[in-house]
Design a protein around this ligand. Sequence first.
Ligand SMILES: CSC[C@H](NC(=O)[C@H](Cc1ccccc1)NC(=O)N1CCOCC1)C(=O)N[C@@H](CC1CCCCC1)[C@@H](O)C(=O)OC(C)C
Length: 331
Amino acid sequence: ENGSAAAIPIDPRFDIAYVTPVTIGTPPQTLYLDFDTGSSDLWVFSSHTPESQVRGQRIYSPEKSSTAKLLAGHTWSILYGDGSGSLGNVYTDNFTVGGVTVTSQAVQTAQQVSYSFTSQSEIHGLVGLGFSTLNTVFPNGQLTFFDNAKSTLDSPVFTADLKWKKEGTYDFGFIDETKYTGEITYLPVQTDPGYWTFTSSGYAVGDGAFHPASIVGIADTGTSLTYLPAEVVTSYWGQVDGAVDSDYYGGYVFPCSSKLPSFTFGVGPANITIPASYINYAQITEGSPVCFGGLQSSSWLGVNIWGDVALKAAFVVFNGANPPTIGWAKK
Ligand SMILES: CSC[C@H](NC(=O)[C@H](Cc1ccccc1)NC(=O)N1CCOCC1)C(=O)N[C@@H](CC1CCCCC1)[C@@H](O)C(=O)OC(C)C
């Protein structure tokens, strides 16, 4: 059984994250979750989350679901790259996304969430789409929705068609030829430690020369921006009048009136171009003449991350076959 579900930007001004409607339990409870290829826990705001930590989010109440079963003795605790985190206990229940149902999906119910989750009312939890080796449930790690659903899909794949300030889609089990142009270029994936890690073949700034390079990074739908090696982002921002790497703002900022070049990255013999508009990420604050860049240095992270700013410039195939591969196409 294949499926298709919307990827909805949570903020009309800039694409900080995308959420997708899912239903959990019997009768179905609908929540909007952030599908995150950079992690592998499926967790939700729940009736176990202290009211002081819930601010407008929808919650999953296992006690109201006739198909919910407590996974006794199991707990989880996760910390994300941005310092946010959550922890709690675990149920299994029916879980449906875009028509694809898994009947005993591990649903991790939050008993604690950090303030950044409390303050983000549009995100009701996460669906991890990384490799199940990253799942934090103790003492027995659980499988992701994709790993559970794979055997019921026509093909063991899901695709991401994220869009700039518009609704996109996640498809499960099939590749929709109408969503991309030209050919899909598939690259090998390194599954250790559990991210969708691939090697880009280089980059170009605007219409400049292509610089062959091997940039090892992860494709991460749960990261808003794109974080690349210092020498890459320095050569990009060097082309922008008034751009500075600001300690105060925590990254490259530039005068909103400056003209930005596009950014092209290599995928094998092919390439993807991120339009300048995607890299003009947001004004620092509403009405400010200072803008924050969508391309930032990864030096503080220890990993290069192709986040939403890059992913929304392409049609991306996450192929869960053995061995896994990742496919990139223009659109
Ligand atoms: C550079 S790594 C930082 C990354 N977080 C982000 O990219 C967050 C996502 C967010 C969305 C909405 C509200 C709050 C935060 N955005 C962020 O830090 N921003 C600061 C710069 O301007 C853009 C927004 C991150 O931690 N990603 C997580 C998933 C993410 C989903 C949303 C809630 C917070 C957790 C995950 O993909 C991850 O940890 O990846 C690892 C591999 C770094």
